[in-house]
Write a protein that binds this ligand. Structure first.
Ligand SMILES: [Zn+2]
Length: 197
């Protein structure tokens, strides 16, 4: 296992669409293990492969006080309700923004041992699933902001010397590979305790 470097904006890999995993082999399992270690070291509640520079549809998630798990080729099959959440991203250090997410999502995915799963998620897990699947499609939470006033710096911003905080972050070019960026999403209440990847 290894802690991988987390890509930050405006790294173009964050704006690319990840490819489905065709074969779940040792390389994919190693990537998933490394992503879990990277997510835990950050720390974050989720991480998408784009964030470590790999364009495969692999996501890792870990809710507070729960075990981590891997979602390969995840697909959201149902969204319900909207709530406003304060969201951050490991790839956008030093900022949080208020956006809308779904209250409930249902998703299907494959695990690292090729097992098929369906999950019904609420609140933070629903938010994290939407956030990470957005990453796989080259979308950042910044794309869901209704205005720049909904984005603010956090105290931690000053720890990131490599980022110029005198101006808003460079959002990169959305949908670089022809993906239409969907404005606004669903929603959820403002009780986020973790940082989605
Ligand atoms: Zn993120």
């Amino acid at each position: 296992m290894a802690v991988l470097q987390i890509r930050v904006v405006p790294d173009p890999v964050l704006r690319r669409k990840a490819r489905p995993v065709k074969v779940i082999d040792e390389a994919v399992r190693r990537l998933a293990c490394d992503m879990i270690e990277t997510m835990q070291a950050a720390p974050g509640v989720g991480l998408a492969a784009n964030q470590v520079g790999v364009l495969l549809r692999v996501v890792t998630l870990q809710m507070p006080d729960e075990d981590p798990f891997v979602m390969i080729n995840p697909v959201i099959t149902h969204r319900e309700g909207t709530r406003t959440v304060e969201e951050g991203c490991l790839s956008v250090p030093g900022y949080v923004g208020s956006i809308e997410r779904s209250v409930l999502v249902r998703a299907r995915f494959i695990d690292e041992r090729s097992g098929k799963h369906r999950v019904e998620a609420r609140e933070l897990l629903a938010q994290a699933i939407e956030h990470e699947i957005d990453h796989l499609n080259g979308i950042l939470y910044l794309d869901h902001l209704k205005s720049h006033e909904d984005l603010r710096q956090t105290v931690a911003a000053h720890e990131h010397e490599d980022v110029d905080f005198s101006k808003p972050p460079d959002l990169g070019v959305a949908g670089a590979d022809g993906l239409a960026v969907q404005a606004g999403a669903m929603g959820v209440p403002s009780s986020t305790t973790g940082t989605p990847g």
